[in-house]
Design a protein around this ligand. Structure first.
Ligand SMILES: *Cc1c(COP(=O)(O)O)cnc(C)c1O
Ligand SMILES: [Zn+2]
Length: 406
């Protein structure tokens, strides 16, 4: 790979050649892919991007850790729409709000960006089986992308995962294990099985290439805004890979000169499970927490990527905000009814945080903000129906209809 220099440990700085199946550093630290930005800047310019017809995440392939000869595997991921939500911006008292809807990806979450990368690297490395543990979306996206790529999957989810995600997994033909325990226990079992059977590892953080897939959401935000960096990008945070990826994507675009500054990250977690935000706010090492939130995708008491996430929030001069489950519920309904974007609970948590910050007067009136919706609302319909209720019922009777609505 001409564009990649090495993989470097975020803890001890040790460097490794970027082998396609590399995992963590000897010291246990997470690896970061280091690029030759000078070289990339000669290849990836506004002009080359404008001429490109690829409408997937691979349009930024110079910034991605794959061989030049590699044909990407997996589904058509990325280039999700970004909507201007002027009505919401006006209500919140900010200049501009953009909703980046990553719930429209092929398996309906941002995780598709990591999974498309994972299956591509697994095939580069010559594996026929790939495995992961997940709160649900990484799993279902891996199962879908692997089905397309012709890889076998072994997948571990906590048994609390919502039915929509389980249905996807079963349909995509994953070898699925629903673990009776927390996400941490699910992760431990997957790790033991991967160690024993030697499958390609698509576990969050362990595999340094996953975040490189996720970062393409930030490349797209920059391109969709005509390379004018927004002031803030709001992200919901669980393991921390997404927020780290978003920062890396913004950093990439800055380093190759396509944006002139790096936006501030708004890191949003659930009040009932916020180990990363607690660490940043109190400026102390992170501590495990309970997983007390209905936003299942971010109910992560033991985050797998805390170092990269905390660095991303700090290096961007970011803001941390925690929201209650009620605030998530109300943001979910608000975003759907005001912008037409229906997210799953963790999918709208970033927007819930943004609403809270603006109500508390913590965002300047001239702020231009992007809020990323990370997963589609149909993933979890039980919790949606619980908060909006059942529809009115009516016979084929105009008089009855009139009584109901007028
Ligand atoms: C995974 C996920 C997140 C958080 O990503 P992390 O990398 O775990 O921090 C947020 N929202 C949704 C819908 C997710 O699936
Ligand atoms: Zn190390």
């Amino acid at each position: 790979m001409k564009n990649v220099i090495c993989c470097r440990c975020v803890k001890c700085g040790r460097e490794y050649p970027a082998a396609p199946d590399i995992t963590t550093c000897e010291c246990g630290g997470i690896l970061d892919v280091i690029y030759d930005y000078e070289y990339i800047a000669t290849k990836l310019t506004k002009e080359t991007l404008r001429a490109r017809t690829d409408r997937t995440m691979w349009r930024y392939r110079e910034l991605l850790p794959i061989e030049e000869s590699t044909v990407p595997s997996g589904l058509c991921v990325g280039m999700s729409p970004m909507y201007e939500a002027d009505n919401i911006a006006a209500e919140l008292g900010i200049a501009k709000l953009y909703i980046k809807d990553d719930g429209i990806n092929p398996t309906a979450s941002l995780k598709d960006r990591a999974s498309a990368m994972a299956v591509t690297k697994a095939i580069e490395a010559g594996y026929d089986t790939i495995a992961c543990s997940s709160t649900g979306n990484a799993a279902s996206s891996l199962a879908g992308n692997a089905a397309k790529a012709g890889l076998k999957t072994y997948i571990f989810v906590p048994s609390r995962a919502p039915k929509g995600k389980i249905a996807q997994l079963m349909m995509f033909g994953a070898n699925l294990t629903a673990v009776d325990g927390s996400y941490e226990e699910t992760f431990e079992l997957s790790k033991a099985a991967i160690d024993k059977f030697g499958w390609y590892n698509r576990n969050a953080a362990i595999n340094p290439y996953l975040g490189e897939g996720k970062k393409t959401v930030a490349h797209e935000i920059c391109e969709q805004l005509g390379y004018k960096a927004p002031d803030y990008v709001a992200v919901s945070v669980g393991d921390g890979c997404t927020v780290a990826g978003v920062y890396k994507g913004l950093y990439d675009m800055y380093m190759i000169g396509l944006i002139d500054r790096i936006p501030h990250i708004i890191s949003v977690q659930a009040e009932g499970c916020c180990p990363i935000n607690t660490a940043v706010i109190n400026n102390e090492p992170w501590q495990p927490q309970e997983e007390n939130t209905f936003a299942d995708s971010i109910a992560v008491g033991v985050p797998r990527n805390p170092d990269k996430a905390i660095n991303a929030i700090r290096d961007s001069g970011g803001i941390c905000v925690n929201v209650s489950d009620d605030e998530i519920r109300s943001a979910r309904r608000y975003l759907a009814s005001k912008a037409g974007v229906f997210g799953e609970p963790a999918g709208v948590t970033a927007t819930a945080g943004l609403i809270k910050l603006s109500r508390e007067g913590r965002l300047p009136h001239e702020a231009v903000v992007v809020s990323i919706v990370t997963g589609n609302g149909l993933k979890d319909i039980d919790s949606a129906i619980q908060s909006v209720g059942e529809p009115v019922h009516c016979k084929n009777d105009l008089a009855q209809f009139e009584k109901l609505f007028f």
